[in-house]
Design a protein around this ligand. Sequence first.
Ligand SMILES: Cc1cc2nc3c(=O)[nH]c(=O)nc-3n(C[C@H](O)[C@H](O)[C@H](O)COP(=O)(O)OP(=O)(O)OC[C@H]3O[C@@H](n4cnc5c(N)ncnc54)[C@H](O)[C@@H]3O)c2cc1C
Length: 477
Amino acid sequence: MAQAIPSEYLAIDRKARAMMVCDGVGLRDPEERVKDFEDVLIPLQAECAQIHASRCIHCPDPAACVVACPVHNDIPSAMWLIEQGDFLAAARLYQENSSLPEICSRVCPHDALCQGSCVHIKHDEPVLTGALEAFVLDYARQFGDVSIPVGEPSGKHVAIVGAGPAGLSCAEQLVRKGHAVTIFEAMPDAGGLLIYGIPNFKLPKGVVFDKVADLERAGVKFVFNTKIGKDKTIDELLATDFDAVFVGIGSQVDAPLKAEGVDLPGVYQATEFLIRTNVKNELLPPGLEPITYVGRKVVVIGGGDTAADALRSALRLGAEEVTCLYRRTEREMPGGKKDRQMAREEGAKYQFLTQPVRFIANQDGQLAAVECLRMELGEPDESGRRRPVPVEGSNFIVEADVAVLALGYWPDPLIGKTTPDLETHNWGLIVADRETGATTRLGVYAGGDAVTGPDLVVTAMIAGRKAAAGIDEYLRS
Ligand SMILES: Cc1cc2nc3c(=O)[nH]c(=O)nc-3n(C[C@H](O)[C@H](O)[C@H](O)COP(=O)(O)OP(=O)(O)OC[C@H]3O[C@@H](n4cnc5c(N)ncnc54)[C@H](O)[C@@H]3O)c2cc1C
């Protein structure tokens, strides 16, 4: 542990700590928060953070929360430091293992990771490790030093393709090792899905912009509106200024739905819908306009976190009836419970065992309704979940002014197709060593959703860091 906790203190104190009750993390009232796109969390105050942190009973090593955390943050020590009021030391502890602690603390599925393994959960709320991490990182930005230490210049230059969590984390680690870094990004700004996906009410965009500014101050250069594989190839990057390349392009192609009328005006893919409802006009890619009106009735098709984000965005745009249509039951839903609960609190409805089969236009050619089929669950499929089977003749109509398709994501095969000797599989995912990020092409590394398929911010961040270590070793060898 980074901070020695006096053992006699803990021995007397564990029971008392275990008895402390918690009133949970502060969320804005659903009726109020649904009127805007601002953060739903009420920031913790210092004294309140200290009280919350003091609920940690400091389980014997290895504490379950540390094991469950994908970066194995030393959470008990951080709780101890917060309890003592040493917020800057706690922030430094989180920064040791993570390049994006201010972001992961907000978007990690804590209920399935650190908080889900907290011993308190048997009787009460877990220790609020996510909110406490966010608190100390905000505190450090306000009162401490969050600058990225830059290493002695190595004379090497690395190109990063994609400014999402994987690319940003790789850049952060490379500049620490003294390598010059240029990030090429297809969109008009940095952040990947942190900006062009996850809504502001879950992750305030200012938190991401601050991180990007830290990287720019550390010397990272950004080249926007540049699609590698189209505007420039990886071969061209390696033949000109760059000694190595990291590919962190994510997995952002919307999975299609084959149904009559799917191209009608009023039917959106989730990516486009979330970008146009959540990103300011000046950051939108050319040709995309903000969506400010979604009519009275919105349906969202799918069962993941993207579906919950689309439901909650539609409610914030004033839709009166917002319904999620999902072909299995709640038990099989891939999305997190927490997001679903917040969507329900804000007014979203869920209709299970429902499969859209046709999108129906009104006389103006706009979407007016969705024809659906009732489903029942059959035998488990290859994913282990019970397969939805249509109930013949069960067709029914759901009225809708807007429908959003949130059916999952596929990789973009462009880089694989335009880079000789770069092996891909599963419709374009890049084959890479999970420990070093090395691909089948010498000098080219990859990580994040582009390698794993759609996953989490924290796993993309870890992959970016591991690849930076792999690239450093390659450049020095
Ligand atoms: C709506 C939504 C909500 C989510 N919510 C959560 C959540 O709450 N918690 C969580 O942990 N995870 C969440 N995720 C998943 C998480 O956002 C991703 O796993 C993570 O962003 C992947 O990081 P990445 O860097 O691999 O890719 P991305 O974030 O996808 O970034 C890839 C970047 O590469 C750029 N790019 C692509 N192709 C090229 C090219 N050829 N040339 C140049 N640039 C290119 C893209 O424009 C993008 O900026 C969510 C995902 C979505 C879609």
